[in-house]
Design a protein around this ligand. Structure first.
Ligand SMILES: [Zn+2]
Length: 220
């Protein structure tokens, strides 16, 4: 069975949505993610269902079959390993690698992914802090929460982002809030839920509610 790049991208989108919603992916959500019309999504769902990669009930949404889930996981694994390669080995910034990895994830080759994985030292997280499934499709999860949930006086370490947009990643770079950065929440302003934090070099920053909702930290 050959699977096109477009089909692979749909499987990945369905996987991501189902994970976020903790349930079946609805057609509208898939259309929004793929930036296409509901009609073209319906066409594609028919093809994926013919290939037994998804089960699809009208109005109830889409679920990946075991094989569909396996393919989606493999694709996410490739994507994130390529992102690690681009950042760690080629020196790209964390906001520059997603589009490149979108292309590289479709490259097929015997052993390519396992060699890449071993070359990189079997990383468990990508440059944005997202987990990389291993060759058996097992995920490593860690305890993290949005910075917005921290209380005054608590300390945290930046572990990931919910918003992967270039503008957000570049903004975090400017602030010095990269993965692994340590911070302490000093106070929260009731007016707009913005917060004042101190980062490791002693600098204090005011962060908007939007930033604290989209930045994951591990409470230390
Ligand atoms: Zn990416």
């Amino acid at each position: 069975m050959t699977i096109t790049h477009a089909e692979e991208n749909y499987l990945k989108a369905i996987f991501t949505i189902a994970e976020k919603e903790a349930g079946p992916a609805l057609t509208n959500a898939i259309a929004a993610q793929m930036q296409t019309s509901a009609a073209s999504v319906t066409d594609m769902l028919k093809r994926l269902s013919d290939k037994q990669l998804i089960t699809y009930e009208k109005y109830r949404g889409v679920q990946l079959t075991e094989e569909g889930g396996r393919l989606a996981t493999a694709l996410i694994r490739k994507h994130r390993l390529w992102e690690v390669f681009l950042v760690d080995k080629l020196g790209f910034a964390w906001d520059e690698v997603h589009e490149l990895a979108e292309q590289l994830e479709h490259v097929q080759g015997n052993d390519l992914v396992s060699r890449l994985d071993s070359f990189l030292g079997y990383p468990k997280f990508d440059p944005h802090g997202d987990p990389i499934p291993d060759a058996e499709g097992r995920w490593t999860f860690r305890k993290q929460a949005p910075l917005a949930t921290l209380k005054a006086g608590e300390r945290g370490i930046v572990t990931g982002v919910d918003d992967h947009s270039t503008t957000f990643l570049q903004y975090l770079d400017q602030l010095g809030l990269i993965l692994g950065a340590e911070l302490e929440l000093l106070e929260r302003f009731p007016y707009d839920q913005s917060v004042r934090v101190r980062i490791r070099d002693g600098r204090e920053l005011i962060l908007s509610d939007k930033v604290t909702q989209n930045l994951f930290v591990k409470i230390s």
